[in-house]
Design a protein. Sequence first.
Length: 375
Amino acid sequence: MTKFSFALHKTDGAARTGVISTPRGEIRTPAFMPVGTAATVKAMMPESVRATGADILLGNTYHLMLRPTAERIDRLGGLHRFMNWERPILTDSGGFQVMSLSDLRKLTEEGVTFRSHIDGSKHFLSPERSMEIQRLLGSDIVMCFDECPALPADRKRIAESMRLSMRWAQRSRDAFGDRPGHALFGIQQGGLERDLREESAEALKSIGFDGYAIGGLAVGEGQEAMFATLDFAPSQLPEDKPRYLMGVGKPDDIVGAVKRGVDMMDCVLPSRSGRTGQAWTRRGQVNIKNVRHQDDPRPLDADCSCPTCRNYSRAYLHHVYRAKEMISGMLLTWHNLHYFQELMQGMRDAIAAGEFARFEADFHALRAEGDIEPL
Ligand SMILES: [Zn+2]
């Protein structure tokens, strides 16, 4: 049986490309993980998600534990079978979404008690319970249960929260146990503070994980502060293990993160934007709602090979959005996910060829030109 492993193939500056091997398939890095919150990437069939080039999906522990529950998914054969996605799945720990979505939270050393945002029912999450839920789901990459303050927060609050997360990281490691073929990732915290990030990295390394996430970013600090933190945070983590930046991001965030040594990312942006009439292209953002598209027979991006761009005009996409047709979200989500995966493939190729700087310059130059002129 294949073990979980990471092979670093090439670096170019701080940027890296490689392959994560799991029993359910390989993950080419840098990797973008579409988010399948409630056991679906909204508006997409799983085979279509795969066709965009995704090697791995992310599932949300918080949502799945509330509905349909981890125990039910386990009885039905696990999350892969349940949602018809046989490739790798990473699940988050639930911690972040408890903080951002639930009501009436009570945080103690033991864990978090909260009420469901769906029906108000009372639940408890701890490192041990989070490990149990992620095991029941059958997740390939399991995340430590952690706590993360929204930024800005004062240094004392960030330090206390980080140290609690490090104690929870040890409890997560102990509860995870020995599960060949499955990986457990630790999560570095410490806000924007270099010394707290270092302390967190050292604590995680002494416990020992299969991969390391950079948590607590993309929570309101802005791109400049995030990049300033990514100038040092990835290099504090082991070079021979995957580094995962959680919840990022926009295409320019992604390129900047890869440049600084990040291997994996996830974000709801391409799928969420697809349902609100927003498309992402090599030339930046396109608002398909805009009346300028209503007579435009051209595709979103003439050079994009996705089914949306090959078969549908801007005028059609504008029409189905305005008419609130379901195909609107389907077509825009497909294009957006395709674009994000093509961006990742472009970066993997550029790093392998030692041409990342040129890739980055071209990426920014085309975006600076903006969308094609209206007809
Ligand atoms: Zn397209």
